[in-house]
Design a protein around this ligand. Sequence first.
Ligand code: TLP
Length: 348
Amino acid sequence: MTGQHVVDLRSDTVTRPTPAMRRAIAEAEVGDDVLGDDPTVNRLQERVAELLGKEAALFVPSGSMANLTAIRAWTEPGDEIIAHADSHFYQYEVGAAFAVAGCSARLLSGRRGIFAADQVRAAVRPAGSHFPRSRLVVIENTHNRGGGAIWPLEEVAAVQSTADEFGLSVHMDGARLMNASVASRHAPSEYAAYADTVSMCFSKGLGAPVGSAVAGTAEIIRRVHRFRKMFGGGMRQAGILAAAALYALDHHVERLAEDHANASRLVAALAQMPGISTDPDDVETNIVFFNVEESFGTAQGLCDAMHDRGVWMLPEARQRVRAVTHLDVSADDIDRAIAAFQDVLRAR
Ligand code: TLP
């Protein structure tokens, strides 16, 4: 297996810093960010605040900490969050919102991770001494388990206006907001205008090694800052990481369109293959989900067979697989993956 060319479609988190990004890292000016004097971190935070049209932003170690600090900043233990049942913070963040922030969640359904304002209205708890206090709505854009689905701007606006009516805040998990923005041609600030806090990740499609940011008013970001420290996320000479994020914002945003084109080409080929079912119309950005017919084995079995041919993917359920395109996957790699699928499925 040594020397085998690998097409790693497990996640867009697997990207490695490019030589040019490594140079930006090496040359970064740094200081002690816990004391507030890392100039590169400060520059990144100002840049993100401006990009998202918010007063302030804070650099945090991960997307999970971005969500957790924002959730904790908006809520008190015992409060309830309204969100889609497939939300990343609910499914994949080890229950931190419940264990650490002490919240409960009212979960909504909706195709591809998207719900409607009326569902929020119906989910808000009435006032009364028996109920948890509805406090926060979480929107994920793009929606990971929804297959990289982009929230229509009018839906975001409608949810925000309903949340506002009930005095709820809105947090947008925008780990892949730049994918949504590039694919929809809406500026990130257009989405962010309908959320009180917005997170974004630099370590997914943007290709930086580490880091996310949370943006909002100066007041809420002061609270996010306090909880970042409480949760152990204060970093010292983090400018070397912020430099990679700044490099990514300068050089890796427009190219996300290539990842989207690669995902479209992959799903179009998959839709034609025996034993696979998927809808190409559902792929708007860089995440492809498909189902494996039982007569062709399990998702794990298919992923194992593909792994042997150098194409790595993650099974998401017994019959469901996820493939994600990113900076380290070329158009040729997609051809390789398609050829490997043909090989493996023909043999079944
Ligand atoms: N998603 C990862 C895994 O955790 C599943 C992936 O491979 O897609 N929000 C969203 C929408 C995410 O997709 C992720 C990571 C996060 C938050 C958390 O980011 P990290 O991994 O930096 O804590």
